[in-house]
Write a protein that binds this ligand. Structure first.
Ligand code: ZN
Ligand code: ZN
Length: 411
């Protein structure tokens, strides 16, 4: 028997190192995870370097690698991916940025880099789209508001570079610096000039926008300046359906991950109630993934939350959230005709509060896999499994082979 569908379930940052607070166990090893353990028992396990041994992955570079797009070749910075995830359709050559609505005082000093975690910024974004004009520079732009204080910008036009600095001073109580070109290339200067002009014109519009006037009256910090960062030039991505012969969807509350899915040609399926945090509606997410497998060949689902606990250095909270995830995954045990891949995108050890290069556990379960003797889904148990140690870029070829969609190399 051969499966026809593939579900990649990426448990973001779930992998860890031994935690003092958990008697030397990792949060995943300390958690009670009957569902993940059953998947491990019924599948072939291993550990995986999502990019390569010793390389500390970002969530973006690791997901590109897992999908078979080596980041060394395809990664062009976070900006274009966030922009795509925020709803800007990026095409090759566009320069993408992440933005924050921030607050500056009457003296031009930044008083809040997130404008009091402002939300509902769509009217501000609309005013910017209507009022800002970069045509004197021969350029157009796209601007979209995102969740909370976030937004995204893309510059459209000829001869734009992406080696520019940010106007985010990363500190409060200081004046935002001008965006500077990082090289002598005129293309980078053109982008820096466009950024500064965009920031100037948008600040004028934001200053007396009714929504901001209202916030000031209510004693809230107004979103009266845009901080822009993460410049990157959108590349050309061979599209997933043509490349692999599989139609696909992406389910993720994180715009970075949904953006990656979209740039490679997966359809983004929004799920109401999902937040990308530990209060996310995981049941709704799992239901959405199962529904998508009814109409698509491939689904990438990312569950965040454990990563957040790792960044906060909270081992016990991470263990507890892993148990919540495990419970939500139970309906996946009944999946038929599906190759189920469960892994992390990177380790986020509580001890270092950031991503590390430690390999992550992985299991593949479905018809045809050579079930090994591993019965626990954790970092140490999976290291004894039949997949041994693979790289992220090996995952798509292995999955394609297991569903009989791999091309024979040679005669
Ligand atoms: Zn991640
Ligand atoms: Zn992270």
């Amino acid at each position: 028997m051969i499966a026809h569908k593939v579900l990649f379930l990426v448990l973001d940052g779930i992998s860890d190192r031994p935690c003092e607070a958990l008697n030397g166990l990792t949060p995943l090893a300390a958690a009670r995870t009957p569902v993940l353990d059953r998947i491990a028992a019924e599948g072939v396990c291993g550990i995986m370097d999502s990019i390569g041994p010793g390389i500390r992955p970002g969530s973006d570079t690791s997901h590109l690698s897992l999908l078979g797009y080596p980041p060394q070749e395809y990664y062009t910075g976070r900006g274009p991916l966030e922009a795509e995830g925020t709803g800007i359709h990026m095409t090759a050559g566009m320069i993408g940025f992440r933005c924050n609505f921030a607050t500056v005082d009457a003296n031009g000093l930044i008083t809040d880099r997130r404008a009091g975690r402002i939300s509902g910024t769509e009217p501000l974004a609309e005013a910017i789209r209507e009022g800002v004009d970069l045509s004197a520079l021969g350029l157009a732009f796209r601007f979209e508001s995102g969740a909370g204080h976030r937004a995204a910008l893309a510059l459209v036009g000829e001869g734009l570079g992406d080696k520019v600095s940010s106007n985010d001073p990363k500190n409060e109580g200081v004046r935002p610096p001008a965006v500077q070109p990082c090289t002598d290339d005129p293309a980078d200067k053109k982008t820096a000039d466009a950024c500064n002009e965009f920031i100037r014109q948008s600040a004028e519009i934001l200053f007396d926008h009714p929504a901001n006037v209202r916030r000031v009256e209510e004693g809230l910090p107004p979103g009266n300046l845009l901080l822009i960062r993460g410049a990157g030039k959108m590349g050309a991505f061979p599209q997933f359906p043509e490349r692999y012969g599989l139609s696909g969807s992406v389910i993720s509350a994180a715009t970075l991950i949904s953006g990656i899915g979209k740039v490679v040609g997966l359809e983004h399926i929004p799920v109401p109630g999902t937040t990308g945090s530990t209060n996310s509606d995981l049941d709704a997410k799992v239901r959405a993934a199962i529904a998508e497998l009814g109409r698509k060949d491939f689904v990438l689902m990312n569950i965040k939350g454990a990563d957040e606990a790792g960044h906060d250095g909270k081992g016990i909270q991470k263990r507890d959230f892993i148990e919540v995830i495990d419970k939500a995954l139970e309906p996946l045990l009944d999946l038929e005709d599906t190759l189920l891949v469960v892994c992390a995108d990177h380790s986020t050890p509580c001890a270092i509060k950031d991503h590390s290069a430690d390999p992550v556990p992985i299991v593949i379960r479905g018809p045809g896999v050579r079930v090994d003797r591993t019965v626990r889904f954790d970092e140490v148990s999976c290291a004894e499994g039949g997949l041994h140690r693979i790289r992220g870029c090996d995952l798509m070829p292995i999955a394609l082979d297991l569903i009989n969609k791999s091309h024979k190399y040679g005669a």
